[in-house]
Design a protein around this ligand. Structure first.
Ligand code: DQA
Length: 142
């Protein structure tokens, strides 16, 4: 089982960025936590992050050629704007779970639309880093 964990813009700034919303732990802490969980679960995982929409599209397309079995994606602000990321997920047709660290549904109105949700089998919000673990476990049992 091969899983790709993809994080979008500003998620490399975890720990620095609005800690009252996203917490004090860093992106490196997140990658470490995911790595440890996947090792125990016997899952091969690759964690990638980009601030660029096109780079995220490229990474999703590459997942097809790398024969990835599942994608966990937090598209950051591109969640609310990117048809290109939605189309990339549809193009590769790899099962995907959408994750948001914060409770997006309780935030600004512009965060209430998610293009990725049109494709994702499941959306997990407001569970902090634990949401990524839940997403991985969900993909493993599918
Ligand atoms: C986020 C929520 C988005 O609205 C925001 O733009 C982010 C992070 C989250 O993880 O809660 O960058 O996806």
């Amino acid at each position: 089982m091969k899983i790709l964990v993809l994080n979008g813009p500003n998620l490399n700034m975890l720990g620095i960025r609005e800690p009252d919303i996203y917490g004090k732990s860093t992106y490196d802490d997140l990658v470490k936590m995911i790595g440890e969980h996947c090792e125990k679960a016997g899952v091969e995982v690759s964690c990638k992050q980009s601030n660029s929409e096109g780079a995220l599209v490229d990474m999703i397309q590459q997942a097809y050629f790398d024969k990835v079995d599942g994608i966990v994606i937090n598209p950051g602000a591109y969640t609310h704007t990117s048809v290109a990321i939605l189309d990339a997920l549809k193009a590769v047709s790899i099962p995907a779970v959408e994750v948001h660290i914060s409770k997006v549904d309780e935030r600004e109105s512009f965060r209430q639309i998610s293009y990725v949700s049109y494709y994702a089998s499941k959306t997990i919000t407001g569970k902090g880093f634990e949401g990524y673990i839940e997403a991985i476990d969900y993909l493993v049992v599918q």
